[in-house]
Ligand binder design. Structure first.
Ligand SMILES: Nc1nc2c(ncn2[C@@H]2O[C@H](COP(=O)(O)OP(=O)(O)OP(=O)(O)O)[C@@H](O)[C@H]2O)c(=O)[nH]1
Ligand SMILES: C[S@@+](CC[C@H](N)C(=O)[O-])C[C@H]1O[C@@H](n2cnc3c(N)ncnc32)[C@H](O)[C@@H]1O
Ligand code: SF4
Ligand code: SF4
Length: 327
């Protein structure tokens, strides 16, 4: 569907759970977030029903995210069911990778097209500090399994934080020389737990590019990588993979926005940054017609803001953690 700013909204990000097996410092508080009552979270059948409606409204891509989507029981079957929905061409997953060794093969068999894996550091102790107790070797096992099972393109999400992991930017870029992976450097956003870290640790894409250049790494050319997100890709000479940048703050890409979000509690979120959410669980559970549900999707799309205001608004106004929105 085309929104009022002539953007084709065809990408639905579905957060299937707000729970996670990690507690990344920029995403979730150490103690986690208050657990949502089981009843308040959409059942997979409910998600499927809504995605069918969304597909009829023009959604062609679905990204399954969270929280950590792989901690939710039944995820493989869910992927198979959404892949079978007429009109859905691309089903992708964003994950911290820890449980991929267990699920990658079945996910591939279920029809999952591709996977984006978050990894902010390759150093074991630093990973423990950022994720509050994760093991970097588990993520690597996940990355290897994803590559082995052919969940291509395999993308790595690296949130760059000045003074935390900016000294690994060059190492991450060099990974793409030997591995067919797509490393994306992401600017930290002042959302949820990211807010309190933003002022001290924000590191712009321009700074990242300068860091790469001063390490003697020459990136050249624009590359196309399968996907529908905001990253812009380039590569090192003769590399197997690519290097991408997601400049959400310094050079936002809202004018090309193509997405809508559905949260675990059944709210449609027109914009990652805006607190505005539209309840669709209530009408769904009341048994309203598919036509009316489609209208709620259309209302959400029509109410998408032209762009985010992360630079102008006061910090800390977000009412949700990133783990509750799905990134
Ligand atoms: N500002 C903003 N940032 C986004 C948006 N969508 C994704 N991002 C950022 O991009 C990061 C990576 O997102 P992913 O979940 O890996 O998905 P993607 O890169 O959009 O998807 P593909 O390109 O289809 O692989 C997220 O963690 C966010 O930081 C968006 O709509 N707005
Ligand atoms: C919320 S996580 C959910 C999926 C999965 N648990 C994972 O970590 O990939 C989705 C993405 O959001 C990113 N993210 C979380 N908080 C962020 C922040 N404050 N700024 C930028 N990206 C953030 C994560 O690094 C991750 O790549
Ligand atoms: S970024 Fe992903 S893995 Fe880390 S705490 Fe948030 S939801 Fe969990
Ligand atoms: S911040 Fe909002 S408008 Fe901008 S790209 Fe993300 S979802 Fe779209």
């Amino acid at each position: 569907m085309i929104d009022p700013f002539a953007r084709d909204i065809h990408y639905l990000r579905v957060s299937v759970t707000d729970r996670c097996n990690l507690r990344c410092v920029y995403c979730m508080p150490e103690q986690g977030i208050p657990l949502v009552d089981h009843e308040e979270v959409l059942r997979f059948e409910e998600f499927e029903h809504l995605i069918r409606i969304a597909a009829a409204e023009g959604i062609r891509r679905v990204r399954v995210t969270g929280g950590e989507p792989l901690v939710r029981k039944g995820i493989v079957d869910f992927v198979a069911r959404i892949k079978a929905i007429p009109g859905i061409e691309d089903v992708a997953l964003t994950t911290n990778g820890i449980l991929l060794p267990q699920f990658a093969r079945d996910l591939k068999a279920a029809g999952l097209n591709r996977v984006n894996i978050s990894l902010d550091t390759m150093r074991p102790e630093r990973f423990q500090a950022i994720s509050r107790n994760g093991q970097v070797k588990d993520v690597w096992a996940g990355i290897r399994t994803a590559l082995d099972e052919g969940l291509h393109p395999v993308k790595l999400n690296v949130v760059v934080m000045g003074g935390v992991n900016d000294d690994e930017i060059a190492d991450f870029a060099r990974l793409t020389e030997g591995l067919p992976i797509h490393v994306r450097f992401i600017e930290l956003m002042p959302i949820g737990e990211g807010d309190s870290r933003f002022r001290g640790h924000f590191y712009s894409v321009e700074q990242m590019e300068e860091t790469l250049a001063s390490s003697g790494l020459i990136l050249a050319g624009q590359k196309i990588v399968t996907g529908g997100g905001p990253a812009r890709y380039t590569s090192l000479p003769d590399a197997s993979g690519t290097v991408g940048f997601i400049s959400a703050i310094s050079k936002h890409f809202c004018l090309l926005c193509n997405r809508l979000r559905l949260t675990a509690e059944g709210k449609l979120r027109p914009c990652l940054h805006s607190n505005r959410e539209i309840d669709i669980r209530g009408p769904l559970r009341k048994g309203v017609s598919d036509n009316l549900l489609g209208q709620i999707f259309r209302e959400a799309i029509v109410s998408k803001p032209q762009q985010h205001s992360m630079q102008e608004e006061g910090w800390g106004e977000q009412t949700r953690m990133m783990s509750q929105i799905g990134g």
